[in-house]
Design a protein around this ligand. Structure first.
Ligand code: PXL
Length: 279
């Protein structure tokens, strides 16, 4: 198989097991050369720590991209996560046009909201900016909250199939091509991921842990991108990433003190095994 170089754009939360500290090891484990463009540097993520620092890197990004362009560096996949400002949406769009090889996938995890609310630090302008980026991508990986905010739909904590169907239809009507919708739960003990594209629908249901873990959206998206770029189909990558994420939550659930992230590191072997088993 061709050796691929992927670019991921998201923040560095120095402590907290999310964004780049998750994406980089997962993508590398999947056998991909992984280049990074940090959108911001935070001392920790914003999901429970108090008094975190935040360095916005918006102004550094165009010069970094321009240097790569000058060096003739380009990428086989562009995968974006948490962005540091609404302005970065335009910069990422430029990178997609200038540094992503023709015909290669542009994958967006909107990474700005969960459980019915936006993450701290994002103003009301952010959903509008993210809408432009998400609907220009080849594949988007929103959770239910993000899908609602991207389509102007009122959030529902307990959706039914008809409501999810109309949410997904709205995403496509706005321009979304392939949608990988996470956290689609129709019963208290199960949740799942719904893939929707012009090829049809695929729903993968799996066990739901009562105790969720911070950062599992980033684990899921990184494993999905890793499996996809390692040669799996979209549906297989969606299932492999779901099984891996469940294993990460299982590996964390017994440790009450580990509230800030999921212990994905001891389970990386399972992800590599799942990708290899199907090669
Ligand atoms: O996991 C998403 C994420 C990424 N980066 C930062 C965050 C969060 C979620 O809270 O705060 C900085």
């Amino acid at each position: 198989m061709k050796f691929k170089r992927i670019l991921t754009v998201q923040d560095i939360s120095c402590v907290g097991q999310c964004s780049l500290t998750v994406a980089l090891p997962i993508l590398s484990a999947c056998g991909l050369e992984t280049a990074v463009l940090p959108s911001a540097v935070l001392s920790t993520h914003t999901g429970g720590f108090k008094g975190y620092t935040f360095r916005d890197l918006t102004d550094d990004m165009p010069a970094i991209a321009a240097h790569w362009k000058k060096e003739g560096i380009d990428f086989d996949c562009l995968y974006t996560g948490y962005l540091g400002s609404a302005k970065q949406v335009g910069i990422v769009s430029d990178i997609a046009s200038s540094l992503l090889k023709k015909g290669c996938p542009f994958i967006v995890d909107p990474a700005f909201a969960d459980n019915g609310a936006m993450y701290p630090g994002f103003g009301p302008d952010f959903a509008g900016a993210m809408r432009k980026l998400a609907f220009s991508a080849d594949i988007i990986l929103p959770n239910i909250t993000e899908a609602c905010l991207l389509t102007g739909t009122e959030y529902r904590a307990e959706p039914d199939e008809a409501w999810v169907d109309s949410l997904v239809r709205k995403l496509h009507a706005e321009g979304a091509r392939t949608v990988v919708l996470t956290g689609v739960s129709y019963s208290p003990r199960t949740t799942g991921v719904l893939v929707s594209s012009e090829e049809g629908r695929y729903y993968y249901r799996h066990v739901r842990y009562k105790r969720g873990c911070h950062g599992t959206g980033d684990i899921y998206s990184s494993a999905f991108v890793g499996a996809l770029e390692a040669g799996r189909s979209v549906n297989d990558a969606a299932r492999i990433a779901a099984d891996f994420t469940v294993s990460c939550i299982r590996a964390t659930a017994s440790d009450r003190d580990h509230w800030y992230g999921a212990r994905f590191e001891p389970v990386l072997g399972e992800l590599i095994g799942a990708i290899r088993a199907e090669n």
